[in-house]
Design a protein around this ligand. Structure first.
Ligand code: HEC
Ligand code: HEC
Ligand code: HEC
Ligand code: HEC
Ligand code: HEC
Ligand code: HEC
Ligand code: HEC
Ligand code: HEC
Ligand code: HEC
Ligand code: HEC
Length: 310
């Protein structure tokens, strides 16, 4: 059932070109929509009408803000702008998101936040993107059927257009399947800001990794300290030239922290290892090196797994 709100009274002055006799015009679409569409009628060079195929312009439900306020919900009343003669328009629209009359970022973001102040937006203020003066519409497109930011491919294009370092990293030989669309930037980051470092969705880096690699969470009987501390001490989350997204190839990776023990300090020499029976050095250091013996580098639950050896 339609409420009286959706049957709007539009002043004669504004609709002068459409009405010649009636004092008031009752129409089935909300106020400013009909008014704005006199000029922004799809013959526009901008795809204005596509908004009616998006969640932003649901006319069927009279309880939405759009049904109540129409285009003014985002662009303001724009009375001076929509003065006749059509199609010239008057002053620039009250709130413009793009183009030469773009309003200041604060006004733009406030407009969006009028409706989007939910839990997901909690960390927007003070987030990296807010701090750098970005507007919601630097990532989002409204007059379209489907906002590209909501789609994996569009999102990655958008993010990497500024973050060129990550763009290069996701194209390395060993990377999360971001290019394949299985993992996306926002699986790990919240572009609206987050509690953790680097706008991660989680408090810590490790919580982020555990959310998909749950088997690495532990607890383990035999822990490996850096694994508990921060996965990125050994892994580059966006991509690496080394297998398993490692920041360095092994055994150099291990030897960054483990030098001069009873293990070889010269990488790959293979001598001096426990159980070493070959004069040329241990067979065990060839190929997968340290992990030939320390197979459980992330931690072990085996009663005899001291040194992550089983
Ligand atoms: C009398 C004709 C007319 C009416 C009515 C009209 N506009 Fe416009 N509008 C224009 C013209 C002309 C332009 C400039 C278009 C261009 O540059 O391509 C424009 C541009 C805009 C822009 C682009 C930003 C800017 O200010 O340059 C926005 C946003 C806009 N109109 C919103 C609205 C809204 C919202 C309404 C209804 C409240 C409305 N218009 C009603 C004629 C009109
Ligand atoms: C008048 C209220 C209102 C305003 C103002 C508004 N939105 Fe929305 N928005 C909605 C509603 C309603 C939905 C659909 C329901 C939902 O997903 O919460 C929505 C959905 C969205 C979505 C998800 C789209 C999708 O395809 O699922 C995005 C992104 C969004 N809005 C961004 C914005 C941005 C950016 C602005 C500022 C330019 C803005 N909104 C202004 C009400 C509004
Ligand atoms: C750096 C780019 C970027 C900026 C800036 C940005 N967003 Fe988003 N937003 C996204 C992406 C990407 C998604 C999709 C998230 C997903 O798929 O998990 C999204 C999702 C949304 C959604 C729908 C999903 C949800 O969380 O409810 C809304 C609504 C939204 N954004 C509103 C806003 C508003 C309002 C602002 C400004 C205050 C804003 N966004 C600023 C990139 C951005
Ligand atoms: C939810 C907020 C929202 C609503 C509602 C909305 N617009 Fe817009 N409008 C925008 C944003 C954001 C842009 C910038 C381009 C984009 O994101 O698609 C824009 C751009 C425009 C432009 C200029 C096109 C350009 O590329 O600069 C016109 C004209 C316009 N809107 C008219 C309208 C009309 C007419 C209505 C009502 C049918 C309307 N808008 C409803 C947010 C909105
Ligand atoms: C698998 C999770 C994951 C994915 C997917 C991911 N990131 Fe990250 N990102 C991280 C982690 C973890 C950090 C580092 C956090 C720390 O150490 O402070 C990070 C850091 C960053 C940083 C901060 C600068 C830096 O290099 O330390 C930026 C910018 C960034 N990511 C952008 C992106 C973009 C853009 C995408 C999509 C192409 C993306 N990330 C995909 C997990 C991810
Ligand atoms: C218009 C350019 C732009 C776009 C698009 C953009 N960003 Fe950013 N982003 C920045 C800027 C500028 C910073 C501030 C830090 C910096 O200079 O790297 C930042 C910061 C970040 C950070 C935190 C970096 C840190 O050092 O803590 C992450 C994570 C991030 N962006 C992810 C994303 C994701 C995910 C997307 C896509 C949804 C995205 N960004 C889209 C410009 C952009
Ligand atoms: C959104 C889920 C998700 C998150 C969060 C995530 N990963 Fe992954 N990770 C994957 C997927 C999917 C693969 C690919 C698995 C495959 O190809 O079998 C993968 C692969 C990997 C691989 C390579 C494994 C291989 O077989 O090549 C490593 C290493 C890895 N992730 C480490 C991390 C680290 C470190 C973090 C935290 C910064 C993290 N991941 C966060 C989903 C995730
Ligand atoms: C001390 C260095 C180091 C740290 C810290 C580390 N990893 Fe690894 N990770 C490795 C090495 C080395 C490999 C390759 C293992 C192999 O070849 O047997 C690997 C392989 C992986 C793989 C793919 C193979 C598998 O075991 O599933 C995933 C996923 C992974 N790590 C996730 C994580 C996560 C999540 C964290 C943080 C909780 C983490 N790693 C911390 C060194 C590390
Ligand atoms: C970021 C530094 C760092 C890296 C890289 C690193 N470790 Fe460790 N590792 C430590 C620390 C810290 C400890 C605990 C303190 C100690 O016993 O020296 C430890 C302990 C160990 C132990 C002894 C565990 C025990 O139960 O006594 C082994 C075995 C080990 N690491 C193997 C490796 C291997 C194999 C690699 C390469 C895949 C590696 N580590 C990479 C820092 C690191
Ligand atoms: C041939 C098997 C083998 C190889 C290969 C091997 N280790 Fe070990 N490692 C052991 C054994 C066995 C222990 C003793 C475990 C225990 O405490 O009982 C050990 C102990 C350790 C310890 C603990 C030492 C201490 O002081 O408690 C570290 C750290 C370590 N290894 C690192 C490495 C690194 C780094 C590499 C690669 C350069 C490597 N290991 C290669 C078998 C091996």
């Amino acid at each position: 059932m339609r409420k009286t709100l959706s049957v709007l009274t539009i002043s004669l002055g504004l609709l002068a070109s459409m009405t010649t006799s009636a004092e008031e015009v009752y129409i089935d679409v909300p106020g400013h929509v009909a008014n704005c569409l006199r000029c922004h009628d799809g013959g526009d060079k901008h795809p204005v009408l596509e908004i009616f195929a998006s969640p932003h312009a649901v006319l069927a439900d009279p309880h939405t803000r759009f049904a109540e306020d129409g285009c003014a919900a985002c662009h303001g009343e724009s009375i001076d702008h929509s003065r006749l003669p059509a199609p010239a328009g008057g002053e620039p629209a009250e709130i413009a998101f793009r183009g030469p009359h773009r309003s200041d970022t604060e006004t733009l973001n406030k407009t969006c936040m009028n409706c989007h102040a939910g839990a997901d937006m909690m960390h927007w203020h003070g987030s990296d993107h807010d701090f750098k003066g970005m507007a919601c519409v630097d990532c989002h497109t409204i007059h379209t059927r489907a906002d590209p930011a909501m789609d994996h491919r569009g999102q990655i294009e958008n993010c990497t257009s500024c973050h060129t370092k990550q763009h290069a990293e996701i194209h390395r030989a060993f990377a999360h399947p971001v290019r394949e669309g299985q993992v996306t930037c926002t699986d790990c980051h919240n572009p609206h800001g987050g509690v953790g470092p680097s706008d991660l969705k989680t408090m810590t880096v490790n919580e982020n990794c555990y959310s998909c690699h749950a088997e690495k969470r532990g607890p383990f009987l035999w822990e490996h300290q850096p694994v508990r501390e921060d996965c990125t001490q050994c892994h580059q989350p966006h991509g690496s030239v080394h297998r398993d997204l490692l920041v360095q190839r092994t055994p150099f990776l291990c030897q960054q922290c483990h030098m001069g023990q009873f293990h070889p300090s010269a990488a790959l020499s293979g001598t001096g290892l426990p159980g070493d029976d070959l004069p040329s050095g241990s067979r065990s250091l060839i190929g997968r090196d340290c992990m030939n013996c320390h197979v459980q580098v992330h931690g072990s639950n085996h009663p005899a797994g001291v040194g992550q050896t089983r």
